[in-house]
Design a protein. Structure first.
Length: 229
């Protein structure tokens, strides 16, 4: 059975939509922001999505073959979103992933199952089209485009660096959650205070492929590049 067979039933569990906003600004990793339009926070695949009024529309593909240009609007109560766009260059070029599953599959449900979800929609922020920080309906609005319809936006917006990883150690993109491994110079350590990633390919291998079996590494470096740009 799949989630698509679920929605063919006479009665179905409510669909829950979640959004992940992530990307890069001037070579620096932008934190991932996770939101949902549900009345309370939800947990999906161990990640918490903060409840906030958010509206996204225009994801549908048209029969004429033109690419959709969705619009995303997020409530700006307390100027929370204003602080985010001020810090991260209006989120221009950020990746917006729309996730959907049924409420009964969320982590806190007795029927929880992370394997049941609809295919995600992935778009990128082209421009901020409106920002209202006061009044009765403060909101920030962006126009989105697909990766095939970008105009002068580089994705990802970061330099190609041959030997240095830009991810925050133990952050979301890095993904390492194990015990202490080595200091910043790749010297072995069992002290969590000293444990630091050297940002080199060897540093990544020590944590994700210590036996040298060729396991995939989550590094953001480009070992095959001869220069950076």
């Amino acid at each position: 059975m799949t989630i698509y067979s679920d929605i063919q039933k006479l009665t179905i569990s409510p669909v829950v939509q979640m959004f992940i906003i992530s990307g890069y600004d001037s070579g620096n990793p932008v934190a991932s922001f996770r939101f949902t339009n549900e009345p309370i926070d939800v947990v999906w695949k161990t990640l918490t999505y903060t409840s906030i009024p958010i509206e996204a529309s225009g994801f549908e593909f048209k029969a004429k073959g033109t690419l959709p240009r969705p619009t995303m609007r997020i409530s700006n109560v307390g100027n929370v979103i204003t602080s985010i766009v001020a810090q991260y260059d209006d989120l221009i070029g950020a990746k917006v992933t729309s996730l959907r599953t049924l409420a009964k599959y969320l982590d806190n449900q007795p029927t929880a199952d992370p394997g049941f979800e609809f295919l995600p929609d992935i778009y990128y922020v082209e421009q901020k089209t409106s920002e209202v920080s006061g009044g009765e309906q403060p909101v920030v609005e962006w126009s989105l485009v697909s990766s095939l319809d970008l105009d002068g936006v580089q994705i990802p917006k970061r330099r190609i660096i041959t030997s240095t990883c830009l991810w925050q150690y133990r952050g979301t993109d890095c993904g390492y959650t194990g015990g202490p491994v080595a200091d910043i110079n790749d010297n072995p350590t069992s002290d969590m205070v000293i444990d630091q990633c050297g940002k080199r390919l060897r540093s990544c291998k020590l944590r994700f492929d210590p036996s040298g079996t060729g396991q995939p590494l989550p590094t953001s470096a480009f070992p095959g590049a001869t220069r950076y740009e």
